[in-house]
Ligand binder design. Structure first.
Ligand code: ATP
Length: 251
């Protein structure tokens, strides 16, 4: 098979490659030697119990939290030492848990500010509003006045405005009503159909499994199980989730 973009052998398909990554808080190792790859167009779900290290892993990939050891390679480039804005410029965008919009600015301005740093690509105000039609009537509203579900939609839309090559979504259903979760996931399904590469952290296993092509289950900072969604049973994932996968290989 030919190698796209002349990359070295072994790196040809991984858009994002995490190699033996470690990160923590003081003496606490929240992420312990985590390695995985994510290809272009892949949807990878990170699941695991509270405190398993998912958010720290995502923040480290985004450059918001420093790596203590290991490497993050994006499209063949080692980005481990790059600051978060440089990573956004390369196409790594994170939607953090809790949404963090500029509450005193209109939805439209939130979106336009993100576009100022945008890479070239398919996403602009028009196309994100097509993906998130619930935002259309809210464009002029202050972001802080939106419902939780609308704010989540706006937060994802804002990240899309940077034309990311990989979108990191941390607990997008957290604190939302079931109807709002349904709406956000409908939009997410649409995004995935456009070929957007997504790494998502999701507490709701059923939701995670409904979108993921690959599943990584974290336990106490490490990977307890990883594999293709269609090759892993729900029972096996649940066992890994609760640390019951005794005697099993990690793949
Ligand atoms: P959750 O679903 O609860 O967010 P998680 O899998 O995302 O869990 P992390 O938030 O990455 O896990 O937390 C991993 C470990 O790091 C936990 O033991 C947590 O208590 C600790 N931790 C997280 N943030 C901090 C922080 N700012 N300072 C100190 N310890 C932290």
């Amino acid at each position: 098979m030919s190698e796209p973009h002349g990359r070295s052998e072994g790196e040809q398909h991984a858009l994002l490659r995490v190699e033996q990554l470690q990160a923590g808080y003081g003496l606490l190792k929240a992420v312990r030697s985590v390695s995985f790859e994510c290809s272009q167009g892949e949807v990878l779900a990170l699941v695991g119990a509270n405190g398993a290290g998912k958010t720290t892993l995502m923040r480290t990939i985004a450059g918001i939290h420093p790596a203590a050891a290991g490497r993050i390679v994006f499209d063949g480039q080692d980005v481990t030492g790059l600051r978060a804005p440089r990573r956004v410029g390369l196409g790594i965008a994170m939607v953090p848990e809790g949404r963090r919009l500029f509450g005193g600015m209109s939805v439209e301005d939130n979106l336009r500010v993100a576009a100022m740093r945008a890479r070239k690509g398919p996403w602009n105000l028009e196309s994100v509003l097509e993906a998130f039609p619930q935002l259309k009537p809210k464009l002029k509203a202050l972001a802080g006045t939106l419902s939780g579900g609308q704010q989540q939609a706006a937060a994802i839309a804002r990240s899309l405005m940077t034309n990311p090559r990989v979108l990191l979504l941390d607990e997008i259903s957290l604190g939302l009503s079931p109807i709002a979760v349904e709406q956000v996931y409908q939009s997410l399904h649409g995004l995935i159909e456009t070929g957007t590469t997504v790494v998502l952290v999701e507490q709701d296993l059923t939701r995670a499994l409904s979108v993921a092509g690959t599943v990584i289950c974290m336990l106490e900072g490490g990977i307890a199980l990883q594999g293709r969604r269609d090759e892993l049973s729900r029972e096996r994932i649940m066992d890994a989730y609760f640390g019951l996968a005794r005697g099993q290989a990690a793949h």
